[in-house]
Design a protein around this ligand. Structure first.
Ligand SMILES: Cc1ncc(COP(=O)(O)O)c(C=O)c1O
Length: 385
């Protein structure tokens, strides 16, 4: 795509998105899974259209996300709602909207949900309990969610207490963390859930089991590994939870669906020669991709100029924070002011996390359809012939 640079933007490869959603759905079909896309990862309308049209449901964290999903064409029965601090307004909205399921996070929240539910006897919205499985996974501590000390979910004993009082509970939800690449963790989760299920009273009918998202993507070699291992993920999930135990398993992929299809394009503003290393300051940073500043995440950065010699740079953003940096040791061709820079793997948790800090302006998105259009043209030609 040849565009004259008019400022930073997100660039989405819609062909890759299409292929990724197809791959995820094919794996889901094979392993009897239902997918609910975690809309927090990316909530842009153009992206959502592709995901919805391919038949995924949607996982929301706020009433605003539910509303956004409804406006983007999802039907109420395709929406699930998690969130560790749901307000009364949000719970009311969920019941009023007749969404599929609320994932309740604690005993205290269950009490609030139960009170509100009495006011909506005709609502078709069900309630499931989010379990904290106390499982450690190998990911950044800031995106790990399934250990005892984390704020998410309730212990299994609390869940047992609730189901002894509330026969309407349909099942369980769990999410152990994000950017998990080692399938053994999903196998352990599968085993843990099987164990817990085996302790349910015989009167309890398990109608719903949602094991969250978390499948990671390759941030170091995004072009080589642009397709996440959906099949391996679902196979691992099914290791100890075969269809004989639970017919359908729900999952909530976010990052793995959209992460690799997006890039962030910016420009080198200044090169500063600090004592030890050169520093490239860009017109993009933590306000457009928060992950590096938030938890030291590393994104691949490339530059195409005609320089043959490369050197190590620290690459930073323009915001008034020392943490606004992509990090050091980026091996890049000798940079000059005005060079265009691509930050890879920015489809997930980038545009949806944009900040207005320093009153930075939200940046636009551009969508590349080239390959899809070529295919359509080929198909049209074939039909005419
Ligand atoms: C409950 C829940 N489900 C799904 C997701 C999506 O996770 P990921 O983007 O890693 O697939 C998250 C991420 O935070 C989550 O908290």
């Amino acid at each position: 795509m040849n565009t004259i640079y008019e400022g930073p933007y997100y660039l989405y490869d819609m062909h890759l998105l299409d292929e990724t959603v197809k791959e995820a759905q094919a794996s889901a079909l094979k392993h009897n899974c239902n997918l609910y896309y975690a809309i927090k990862a990316n909530n842009e309308n153009t992206i959502l259209e592709v995901i919805r049209k391919k038949g995924m449901g949607v996982d929301c964290v706020t009433a605003e996300e539910i509303n956004h999903a409804l406006k983007n064409g999802w039907s109420n029965s395709e929406i699930v709602f998690a969130g560790s601090g749901k307000t009364i307004r949000e719970i009311e909205y969920a019941f009023q909207s007749n969404i599929k399921c609320i994932h309740c996070e604690s005993y205290e929240e269950w009490e609030v949900i139960s009170q509100i539910r009495r006011r909506y006897p005709k609502s078709s919205t069900a309630v499931a309990l989010r379990i904290n499985p106390d499982l450690q996974v190998d990911t950044h501590e800031k995106i790990s969610t399934g250990e005892k000390h984390h704020k998410f979910g309730m212990s299994f004993s609390t869940a047992l207490q609730i189901i002894s009082k509330d026969s309407s509970i349909i099942g369980f939800h769990v999410h152990v963390g994000s950017q998990v690449l080692d399938m053994e963790y999903f196998e352990s989760l599968s085993l843990r859930m099987r164990e817990l299920i085996s302790h349910l009273p015989s009167t309890f009918q398990l109608r719903y089991l949602n094991l969250g998202g978390g499948l990671g993507i390759d941030y170091t070699q995004p072009e080589r590994n642009s397709m996440p291992d959906f099949n391996g993920w679902m196979r691992a999930i099914r290791t100890h939870l075969p269809v004989e135990i639970i017919e359908t398993i729900s999952l909530e992929p976010g990052r793995s669906v959209v992460g690799q299809c997006g890039k962030l394009i910016g420009e080198v503003q200044y090169i500063k020669n600090l004592d030890f290393h050169p520093l490239a300051i860009l017109d993009i940073g933590m306000t457009e991709i928060l992950r590096p500043a938030l938890y030291g995440a590393r994104h691949k950065i490339t530059v195409s100029n005609d320089q043959l010699i490369s050197m190590k740079y620290t690459v930073s953003g323009p915001s008034c924070e020392s943490s606004d940096t992509f990090g050091g040791d980026y091996d890049l061709p000798i940079l000059s002011r005005g060079d265009l820079v691509t930050v890879h793997s920015c489809g997930a948790y980038a545009s949806s996390m944009q900040l207005r800090y320093n009153l930075r302006r939200p940046i636009p998105s551009k969508y590349q359809y080239r390959k899809i259009l070529t295919q359509l043209k080929k198909r049209e030609k074939a039909l005419v012939a």
